[in-house]
Design a protein around this ligand. Structure first.
Ligand code: FDA
Ligand code: NAD
Length: 466
């Protein structure tokens, strides 16, 4: 079997891998020194697009888009009978590769496959590593080929938790979907066509649940969301924040069933899902089911070979693991969060990009000093014409400010989290770029607050004057 050697190998070909390649190139990696080995068949892309613009229907009127320059392909002049005049409407096409290869999501150069060729970086796609022997610095593929390296960067990301993992009855029926990779999204798009205007049940009220609820509705499905908690996205949202999104979704005619879980699925003679059985006894008709019940960092290949912490691979501030020649970045890394003096793992794209850059700077430092990673958590989501950003830590007491009436045309609201008399986290729906910068600054600087009432009254003004 073939054996190849590279000075640097990145295992995994997602967001962190793509941004690591960018930094390796910036640091002057020589042709032939670096390889990326990825299970996926396409070059690294901005994964967040998969639950948003990738699943848009063909002609969705554009309010705003994360990938606006790459996605807005047409500016049609459409005849619309509106008091005898023509009106112009902005239309988007769904995002498609090569439009959203990294690093367009952060305003960087779009790294097409030829970018890797030009830099002499070997992109080994459609190749799963099934064994990693870190002692002999050898990776083995599913077909038995091996790669040797001097330095390894683990960027394997997360896999989805499946209902079959808990033995939920009938959960292996056809048309029950999960979303992690572009192949999963393509399967969903096929089902949008074959089950057109049908009934969709979404299991889970987190990121996938809320973003998929919106795109399924935009694709004209009748959507029901089911989740066990008293409100959506409980790991970040307070009940006040969640009330806005639940109200907004209800106004879009999305049905929400809370406080229960799916305990079984029935399928038809073709093995296609037909109904979802809930623990509270209700039975929902379903043409398709989308499940988003969380992710799991993909660390299995390295079990027992590197130290782990909080479910991830333990690293230092330079993303070096317990083995000096092995680094771990993105979703899989549990790293020191300097701001909170705590080891944490983060499953969001901003950290995937920045941790990759930090690790490569450290790998290529050649005696130069690299500053410690000092990460400010940043999460965001978009659905329908909504867009929120969150910075910092959601601990302590919280206050809600602004107009959070889901039917208000001027809606803009947010929350601060206060711990030990300091504002440690800030959330904002509908912020302008400057307002979002202001809440990020608050979360970073952690200003003291004298009165919580005053903070509630001042709302966004508090952040804008910091
Ligand atoms: P990522 O998952 O990007 O890449 C891992 C890669 O490793 C994949 O290509 C995989 O195939 C490959 N791989 C795994 N095992 C392998 C093996 N054994 N051999 C070879 N290859 C292997 N975040 C955010 O902040 N805002 C957002 O809007 C979104 N939206 C969003 C939508 C969807 C649908 C998902 C699934 C996730 C998000 N996220 C997000 C989260 C964000 O995308 C995520 O945190 C990053 O992609 C993590 O980057 P990584 O490179 O660590 O993993
Ligand atoms: P999540 O952790 O955000 O949400 C999981 C949800 O599953 C919980 O909120 C709960 O409502 C629900 N749940 C748990 N067990 C359940 C059960 N038995 N039945 C029904 N519901 C159950 O995870 P996710 O939404 O699946 O997202 C997966 C990964 O993708 C995460 O890493 C996430 O960060 C990432 N992602 C991020 C974004 C974003 O940042 N905008 C968008 C999409 C995906």
């Amino acid at each position: 079997m073939a054996e190849k050697y590279f000075k640097y190998v990145i295992v995994g070909g997602g967001v962190a891998a793509g941004y690591a390649a960018k930094e390796f190139a910036a640091q002057g990696v020589k042709p032939g020194e670096l390889a990326i080995v990825s299970k996926e068949a396409v070059a690294p892309y901005e994964r967040p697009a998969l639950s948003k613009a990738y699943l848009f229907p063909e002609s969705e009127p554009c309010i705003h888009s994360m990938f606006s320059s790459a996605v807005i392909v047409n500016f049609y002049l459409l005849p619309r009978y509106s008091q005898g005049t023509y009106i112009r409407i902005n239309f988007t096409a769904p995002a498609r590769l090569p439009g959203f290869h990294v690093c367009v999501g952060s305003g960087g150069e779009r790294q097409l496959p030829q970018w890797y060729t030009e830099k002499g970086i070997e992109l080994i796609l459609g190749t799963e590593i099934v064994k990693a022997d870190l002692a002999s610095k050898t990776l083995t593929t599913a077909t038995g080929a091996t790669f040797k390296y001097d330095t390894l960067v683990i960027a394997t990301g997360s896999s989805v938790i499946k209902l079959t993992d808990f033995g939920v009855q009938g959960a292996d029926a056809k048309n029950i979907f999960y979303l992690r990779e572009i192949d999963d999204a393509d399967k969903l798009i096929d089902a949008f066509k074959t089950k057109k205007n049908g009934k969709a049940v979404i299991v889970g009220g987190g990121y996938i649940g809320l973003e998929l609820g919106a795109v399924l509705k935009m694709n004209n499905f009748h959507v029901t969301m089911v989740y066990p908690e008293p409100w959506c996205m409980p790991r970040l949202f307070t009940s006040g924040i969640a009330a806005f999104y639940e109200g907004y979704y209800a106004n879009k005619r999305i049905d929400i069933i809370k406080g229960t879980v799916a305990v079984g699925f029935d399928s038809d003679a073709n093995g296609e899902v037909k109904t979802v059985k809930l623990k509270d006894g209700r039975v929902l008709d379903a043409d398709i089911v989308v499940v988003g019940v969380g992710g799991r960092p993909l660390t299995t290949l390295f079990k027992g070979q590197v130290e782990e912490d909080k479910g991830g691979i333990k690293t230092d501030s330079f993303f070096k693991t317990s083995l000096p020649s092995v680094y771990a970045v993105g979703d899989v890394a549990t790293f020191p969060m300097k701001l909170y003096n705590e080891m944490r793992r983060v499953e969001h794209v901003d950290h995937a990009r920045k941790s990759a850059e930090q690790a490569v700077k450290a790998i290529m430092a050649a005696g130069k000093t690299v500053e410690e990673y000092d990460y400010l958590p940043y999460f965001y989501s978009r659905s329908f014409d909504l867009a929120w950003q969150f910075y910092g830590d959601n601990v302590g007491d919280s206050v809600l400010f602004g107009d959070n009436n889901p039917t208000s045309p001027k809606r803009k609201f947010g929350s601060y989290w206060i711990k030990d008399g300091k504002v440690v986290g800030a959330f904002l729906e509908g912020g302008t770029p400057d307002e979002n910068k202001a809440i990020a600054k608050v979360a970073r600087l952690q200003p003291s607050v004298e009165s919580v009432d005053q903070l509630t009254k001042e709302g966004l003004t508090f952040a804008c004057k910091i």
